[in-house]
Design a protein around this ligand. Sequence first.
Ligand code: NDP
Length: 428
Amino acid sequence: MYWWWNGYGYGCKTGMKIYEMTDEQRIKLLLDGGYLTEGQADLLRSRQTISTDLADSLSENQIGSFSLPYGFATDFLVDGIDYLVPMVIEEPSVIAAASNAAKRIKNSGGFRTFPTSRIVYGQIVLENITQASLSRLEQASSEIFEFAQNAHPSLLKRGGGVVSLNFNYYDEFVEIELGIDTVDAMGANMVNTILEKTSQKVSTMINGDVLCSILSNSGQGQVITVEAEINFDQLSTKTMAGHEVATRIVKLSAFAKASVKRAVTHNKGIMNGIDAVLLATGNDFRAQEAAAHSFAFESGQYQPFSEWHLAEGKLVGTLKMPIELGSVGGAIRALPMAQLSLAIMKIHSSKQLQSVVGAVGLANNLSALRALVTTGIQAGHMGLQSKSLAISAGAVGTEIDLVAAKLNQTKNYTIKNAQNILLELRDK
Ligand code: NDP
């Protein structure tokens, strides 16, 4: 058996699918495809968790490290570039769903992405400030801007820095809002450094108190749009024509706009993919979650991050949301697995990573909607869940597949059923 690779697709001469391979065969596939070096392959094979020193440096009171499955989604054609996308997730079916939809989209031309700026906003919050102090500050805004600009000189050298300064007024508060281009870093520490230095200068210019200085996780300066057009023939099921599937997806998308309860679940499916890539790349997924919450409420009513409509004989999906991440800095540089993920994707910038992450969100969304309007979500989901159910029931080694197969046959996905199947198996 040997692997076949042409730079765009992969497989092996036996016709084995990636999900049918062992983990060692998958590692070999990535090695042969030029996605991994021998050293990186060894890192994967060692199944090492992080070192004690690294764990101690990243967090407090550590007594170990916590592992989750690390896999990759396939067939992501994003802005003309083919990606394998590493994902860290404990939920069965998320990687399968991402790959499944990505292939349908690839066969229809791939994802197009439209990142905007990558600006992080920061707030210097002032209270009890007199009108005279406020006037002084407003007149000195160019001076404050210059000071902030020079507070992190390396950022300027990298082509980033402060891009805006605004005063915002609340009842008893005044806020100096800085917009900062953090280039490839997520930027929280950088922005906080700039804000704290600047607030010291500001405090010398006012009668009043600087209440705090902190970045905003609103993600307002990091909104990305991802689009995909899907041919109807890529959507059909055994029992439903592609056009009908597409029409039903559009209706369900409209329902998500009308129903907050549905919109939340619609968005959870998108976050399944987004969070899994953020974890795999060592990014701060809590920052992303916070940005997503804020954006969902932007119009005043909680809204879905994506919408689907029909145009020119195709199903067209558009995802629009902030994606708050970095491709350098924070834990990314310290975590070997995060570095490995960026290497597998051949990521060169935070904008590029944003595009891939957005595409994964839209792919997971399409898979969920297609399943919901056709077979229902449980058919595929529980089929994949059966293995973890088998393990929870006590199955080991070859028992796992046997118990899982029987669970899928009976379609009774309960721990009790799994235990009974295992007992029967061991009695034979
Ligand atoms: P860092 O503090 O690590 O700063 C980014 C680093 O990346 C800098 O050292 C910078 O070097 C370096 N760098 C290398 N190449 C580039 C490049 N091309 N573009 C930009 N920087 C580059 O991380 P962040 O400022 O990104 O902060 C992220 C961390 O902050 C995360 O761990 C997050 O969890 C945490 N955090 C989050 C908060 C929140 O979200 N509310 C609050 C506080 C912390 P140089 O300095 O030489 O330019």
